[in-house]
Design a protein around this ligand. Sequence first.
Ligand code: GLA
Length: 678
Amino acid sequence: MRHLPARKAGRRVVGALAAGLLCAAGLATPAAMAAPPRAPAGPTLDDGLALTPPMGFNNWNSTHCRAEFNEAMVKGIADIFVSKGLKAAGYEYVNLDDCWALPERDADGKLVPDPVRFPSGIKAIADYVHAKGLKLGIYTSAGTKTCNRAGFPGALGHEYSDAQQFADWGVDYLKYDNCNNQGVDAKLRYTTMRDALRAASEKTGRPIVYSICEWGQNKPWEWAADVGHLWRTTGDISDSWGSMLSILKKNLPLAQYAGPGRWNDPDMLEVGNGGMTDTEYRTHFSMWSVMSAPLLIGTDLRKASDATFDILGNKEVIAVDQDPLGKQGTVLSSEGGRWVVVKEMRDGSRVVALFNETGSAQRIATTAEAVGLPKAPAYSLRDLWQHKGFETAGQISASVPAHGTVLFRVSADRRWVKNPPAAELAVQGSALLEAGKQTVLTTTLTDLGRAPATRASVALTGPEGWTVRATSGTSAPLLPSGRTLRTTWKVTAPADTPPGSYDLSLESAYRSLTGQRISMSLPVTTSVVVAPPTGTSALGDLQWLTAANGFGPAERNTSNGESAAGDGHPITIGGAVYASGLGVHAESTIDYYTGKTCETVTADVGVDDEKGTRGTVSFEIWADGTKVASTGILTNAMPAQPLSADVTAAQVVRLRVTDGADGIDSDHADWADAKLSC
Ligand code: GLA
């Protein structure tokens, strides 16, 4: 292996001054006020490998063990890496996951590639991939068998011979899983393979990147920096918003352990697999990059859409992930699901992710000083998804769509002078309307730059048949730094508009002093709602505004079955069965429109019996922005607990279930017999 000089672990720490300012501004969460991130402690492998997070492909998320995982696929991906510019963008490793081998070793104890999937053998695949300037990765388990039910051979007790076989084939990367480990100490198992890989690659001269996949069970971030180059921090990702989000939240606090040659691995990408929207996939890709995570594409690129290629091929975002300083981004604030995550870059700039966890558009804001930049008259602000450059006098803010992420790279350099001022376009007021009734919305266009904007204008349009009328000015010849063009609008949906979600479109345009024209647009999602009936209603039968749920959809009058709608069972808590209520899975949020006409919410809440003993959740009731009732942590062992809340004068009532602070696994939560009185 090539030996490079040890990298100096010196890191700048965000100034105490910035932290103080944050406190004063009331923006900081406990995460932001925690001890500043330390430089990773202890030795690393120091072999010059994986100095930036590995990038490439792995078949698992798209194929699992299905037959389409084969030689043709692997070659096809390598071809696409080259033809579609992904190799040029930095993707390098083409990795095989479980099921590439036959279940039995040969008479000499050697691994045998499955002759149906890989008729030419692994060496031939490696040669093919190498000829394209790419690298090949392989998989096995630190156990007696791999994870698949068919039970392919694992490397426990065969470490040296298997590592030698991989090295002889020309393998460049090993993912080493954790199944069937026979209870042998993890550190021992993973260190033995490290030594075996080192011995084998010393013979062949081909270094091997070593990916530890023990799912974060033994806190590898605390001991594996000189064992492997990356380590999984969580269980497996799946192609859903809830899965991606829960993994993101587990990986974010581990920032201090990452650095060149030692990466936290929140699992492979799901971008393109169809279970999330493109907005959600952009969030997935943005946040993995801000976390300096390995970028292993997990979709079959032979079938991928243009949108998928646009996301995976975004070089400005890839540059965030691959920054040579190797600092994982840290959380500055996360109040109300409005996340500000900041990554320091080698050139001194900061990448700022404004990430909206919630199901509705949110304004998310911070400042250049709060993200650790020195005081300056103005800053360059680059939007990494829109590929546009602006200048800001210091504010970094945007209206971020539901589940979206706005990604800015902000620098305190003099180049800001050449850029047009940044502006923030936003909507205030409730986006809930009753059909046929006039509602007032206010829009704002604010110059965030040091320089003024000129010829600023806004326009709001509704769906066909809607009336949208401005009742104040829609243009301003000059918008100086920090000033706002504020416009009020009267919006009316036709009386027969069915309840549901409708998009209005807010457009704005302005010019810089040098005449550059900037246009912005913002979808304004409104909901046409119906006032709740007078008297007491069962919430399981009322229409909700929005519902978000950890696994599968929230269910009416049954428990949550985790996948398809209607797959639940009768709601059962502590042996008591309930005919009505809501069955959800943490993390869950259900919003009801109450239109300031209701008084109380009541329910018997608890963890459904169907999941045995592992569920832990807590229940909360919110009236508009205020938590008005909550339980402590409830477990499967507890009977249902009555919960009630006064919701007088609330426009919207929210029923929320959180994970009991231990992840969402098995958290089947019931709002049994839930009722709303109006
Ligand atoms: C485990 C790993 C996955 C995948 C499968 C293969 O679940 O965590 O990433 O490799 O095994 O069986």
